[in-house]
Design a protein around this ligand. Structure first.
Ligand code: AHM
Length: 330
């Protein structure tokens, strides 16, 4: 489609093109885009906090200032609750499942999110993001059940992220390729800027926090030496969305491994790893926990952590090869 196509027009065109594509997503994606605009506006003001005289939890007018991660969580909840497409929401910011209130119509999907990923980067003006994932519910009663959320990534019907960087972008897949839209702040619309994104099979970048080298397994150490030998260069922002987005467009591998201290790593299967794995696979990339395809891992709990290897397919397979050869020789 031509550049400058709005998100809404693109979704409608996709529905016509793929008869299997559900119209339900137009409503949901429109709501996600609205939440993204509100959050983007707020994130862009974060740097003004000192200038405007915010102190602690109060602003100069004595009003409570919300932490940005609470704020983003609430924006998504408010914007999505009344769409009529959801029965429940789970968030990295909430301990338990949120049930869509009685007064709203309910639908057949559940929504999962990391509303503000990379929050330690807000104060220093580095890109941050929001990650989301949608599953068709399995249960049939009036309330969402845990089994609706604890599904393997392979069952996702939509996944995406918003990145609040030098511009704000929405990148998503419904299983028909990966498409990116850039927010034009002048007109407040997400415009198609990256249609049918495909990840190079091999990349020139590796992204891992090397300060943890002493904690790494032999397999990780060997793979990173291999990556350096291939003349890959290191890039690590410390915001997963930003590191993933760069590697999606340029090719590369992002690793947050398990280590001696945290065998399951740091990142969350349902809110971070599975949605990005869906996007990676749709863009011809790949993601795994070092052994098993991320999309095939069945979660045991809502906030489960998982080691993450994601990016260019060849590079991730290569890392898996080192992991199995050195860490799990048969
Ligand atoms: P957060 O949920 O506290 O934002 O942590 C997630 C972030 C990722 O965005 C990032 O890739 C990773 O943590 C960085 O962790 P580390 O500082 O350990 O390298």
């Amino acid at each position: 489609m031509e550049l400058g196509t709005t998100l809404t027009r693109f979704i409608i065109a996709q529905q016509r093109k793929y008869p299997g594509a559900s119209g339900d997503f137009s409503g949901l994606l429109a709501a996600i885009a609205t939440a993204g605009k509100v959050i983007s506006h707020e994130v862009n003001k974060a740097g003004l906090i000192d200038i405007l005289g915010y102190k602690g939890k109060k602003n100069i007018h004595g009003e409570e200032v919300q932490k940005l991660d609470d704020f983003t969580n609430k924006v998504f909840m408010r914007t999505l609750s009344h769409t009529g497409h959801l029965v429940g929401i789970a968030s990295e910011e909430m301990d338990d499942i949120y049930q869509i209130p009685e007064e709203y119509p309910k639908g057949k999907y559940v929504f999962l999110m990391d509303p503000l990923d990379g929050s330690s980067n807000i104060d220093v003006n580095i890109s941050i993001g929001s990650i989301f994932s949608i599953y068709r519910r399995k249960s049939q009663g009036p309330l969402a059940e845990m089994s609706d959320f604890l599904q393997a990534g392979r069952h996702q019907v939509c996944a995406g992220y918003l990145i609040y960087g030098s511009s704000t972008m929405l990148v998503y897949t419904t299983g028909y390729g990966v498409h990116g839209f850039t927010l034009d702040p002048g007109i407040g619309e997400f415009l198609l800027s990256h249609e049918g994104i495909q990840m190079p099979d091999r990349g020139g970048i590796y992204s891992i926090n090397e300060s943890y080298t002493s904690q790494w397994s032999g397999g990780i150490k060997a793979y990173i030496e291999h990556a350096k030998g291939e003349k890959k260069t290191a890039r690590y922002v410390g915001s997963l969305v930003a590191d993933f987005h760069r590697n999606l467009l340029k090719g590369g591998i992002y690793i947050y491994p398990g280590d001696k201290k945290n065998p399951n790593g740091k990142l969350r299967l349902l809110y971070e790893a599975a949605p990005l794995a869906f996007i990676a696979e749709q863009a011809k990339g790949y993601a795994s926990d070092g052994q098993t395809a991320m999309m095939d891992i069945v979660p045991k709990s809502l906030h489960q952590r998982v080691p993450l290897f994601i990016g260019s397919a060849h590079d991730v397979r290569q890392a898996e090869h080192y992991m199995s050869k050195i860490d799990n020789p048969s």
